[in-house]
Design a protein around this ligand. Structure first.
Ligand code: HEM
Length: 529
């Protein structure tokens, strides 16, 4: 017995056995860690397969491959793994969709399955977590709100203008702001000899959506508005698809300057809008609905008796206005800013647009919305700007609302989905020389018509149930701002310098601001009819 005891203690206590136990413990801990940090793959039903994708590292997944320009990295990976692929960001699996046919299948034909939004931590700071575009809510209440916002936008853009010769309110607001912008550019040109156009574009575009939403316009030096609209990069950096801190919990506990700025930006945005909505409540008159905010207040007061879905609680009005205002100024400004970058880079393209404007509209009257459809080269240029810049490389992330199957791959409910618009717009299967900027690709051989089918292949407003609700007014705004500016001004860069078109990644791809823009008046300014 004593000998047995000795043997037992000897076994447990010898240095080699302590070492073996240690190694075993470390190995077990490592295996456990590996297991815990591997993307959590659900069981795939028989007969189906999980989407393919690159193997990720423990803890971080594929983050290192995606840290710079994720749209390019995911386009490269999709060439290897296909249109339906899965990557891991941290331990979270993310489905990445590419290819126009696959996107049409997922977002249109299987639209209900792919219409969700993931509950990402950064999205909870947007519009107090109540955003139409970013919150994970997708039920009946959300649908009713989306419809309401869509109708309000349409009503306050196509309604007839009572005070001007414009065909509708949208035309009136854009024409007024664009004419002001022409004068402003000429004035700063005279004072400073060159300037950064973004700073002025953003206020003019914001004024259009302000006029529709709040019946109000701001001075180009209004500090409160300037501090909001000029800071939108703080929003785009954090809200971009693939922000690691949305997927790796540990990162949320580390100090982050960009996250602090993002939170502060969102709070300032809500405060700015709260004050405007409060003012509207105080001066509300049901017999004089002045703007979108009034019309939302009307819905909210009138529908007290209506079904829960159609009703919007008072406090949510501010959130709806937040979505319309935020989305309404940022992407349209970006479109126009990219237009100017292409125009100074390709002066011959600028000249050709101006020749078309001179021939079709002339110099006696201002461009109108009804000119859309009569200026094929100009329209081809706008399409090419959307395609080539692809400045919204991904849509806002989606998520699956139920277990589903796409192209034979099993995708469980709640899977975060990235929609790669950049890939579609640069897909060699769809476009000849996709990296070349060439508006003519959209025109027929005679150059007299835009090929509608090719135009529809450009993906910038998303598709299906989450398709942008502002597309109708955005396309019109870009057309009218651009034609009004180019009818009267010629843009160039000081001393023939080149602008830097290298995009910086974010929710929107932004080019570097350029302070060397110059303008020349094309003909003596008379007051245009
Ligand atoms: C050129 C300008 C614009 C572009 C390229 C653009 C593009 C987009 C894209 C890609 C989405 C996300 C689609 C998705 O997640 O699948 C979106 C959503 C949205 N856009 Fe736009 N947009 C533009 C202008 C506007 C304007 C002017 C407004 C309103 C005044 C607006 C309001 C919205 C709203 C509210 C959503 C969220 C929709 C939802 O989640 O259901 N956008 N937009």
């Amino acid at each position: 017995m004593a000998a047995g005891m000795e043997a037992a203690t000897g076994l447990a206590g010898s240095p080699s056995s302590v070492m073996a136990t240690g190694v075993l413990l470390v190995a077990t801990a490592f295996c456990l860690l590996l297991l815990l940090t591997q993307p959590l793959r659900r069981r795939v039903p028989k007969g189906l397969k999980p989407p393919p994708g690159p193997r990720g590292l423990p803890v971080v997944g594929n983050v290192l491959e995606l840290r710079k320009d994720p749209h390019l990295a995911l386009t490269r990976l999709s060439q290897k793994y296909g249109d339906v692929m899965e990557v891991a960001i941290g331990t979270q699996p993310v489905l990445v969709l590419s290819g126009l046919d696959t996107l049409r299948q997922a977002l249109v034909r299987q639209g209900e399955d792919f219409m969700g939004r993931p509950d990402l931590p950064s999205f909870r700071h947007i519009a107090d977590g109540q955003s139409l575009g970013f919150s994970p809510e997708v039920g009946e209440v959300w649908k009713a709100r989306r419809k309401l916002a869509q109708n309000a936008l349409k009503t306050f853009s196509i309604a007839a203008s009572s005070t001007s010769s414009s065909s509708c309110l949208l035309e009136e607001h854009v024409s007024k702001e664009a004419a002001y912008l022409v004068t402003k550019f000429l004035q700063v040109m005279e004072e400073e000899q060159s300037f950064d156009p973004y700073r002025y574009l953003v206020v003019s575009v914001a004024n259009v959506i302000c006029a529709m939403c709040f019946g109000k316009r701001y001075d180009h030096n209004d500090q409160e508005l300037l501090s909001l609209v000029n800071d939108s990069e703080k929003f785009g950096e954090v809200a971009a698809a693939g922000n690691p801190s949305d997927f790796i919990p540990l990162l949320r506990y580390l100090p982050s300057r960009s996250m602090d700025l993002f939170k502060d930006y969102n709070q300032r945005f809500v405060r700015f809008l709260q004050a405007i909505v409060k003012e509207h409540y105080e001066t509300y008159d049901k017999d004089n609905i002045r703007d979108i905010t009034d019309s939302l207040i009307e819905q909210c007061l009138d529908k007290k008796e209506a079904s829960t879905a159609a009703r919007i609680p008072n406090e949510k009005i501010v959130n709806l206005v937040n979505d319309l205002f935020g989305a309404g100024f940022e992407s349209v400004t970006n479109s126009l800013s990219w237009c100017l970058m292409y125009l100074v880079t390709y002066p011959n393209i600028q000249k050709r647009i101006q020749a078309e404007l001179d021939q079709t509209i002339g110099r006696e009257r201002r461009p109108r919305l009804s000119d859309q459809g009569t200026l094929p080269y100009t329209e081809a240029f706008i399409l090419e700007m959307f395609r080539h810049s692809s400045f919204l490389p991904f849509t806002i992330p989606h998520s699956t609302t139920k277990d589903t199957v796409l192209n034979g791959y099993y995708i469980p409910k709640g899977r975060c989905v990235f929609v790669n618009q950049w890939q579609v717009n640069h897909d060699e299967k769809l476009w000849k020389d996709p990296h070349v900027f060439n508006p003519e690709r959209f025109l027929n051989a005679e150059g007299t018509e835009v090929n509608k089918e090719d135009g529809e292949k450009v993906l910038i407003f998303g598709l299906g149930k989450r398709r942008c609700i502002g597309e109708f007014i955005a396309r019109r705004q870009v057309f009218l701002f651009l034609t009004t500016l180019l009818q009267q001004l010629e843009f160039s860069v000081r001393d023939g310098r080149k602008v830097d078109m290298t995009p910086r990644y974010g929710l929107s791809l932004k080019h570097k601001r350029c302070e060397h823009f110059q303008v020349k008046q094309r003909f003596p300014m008379a007051s245009l009819s």
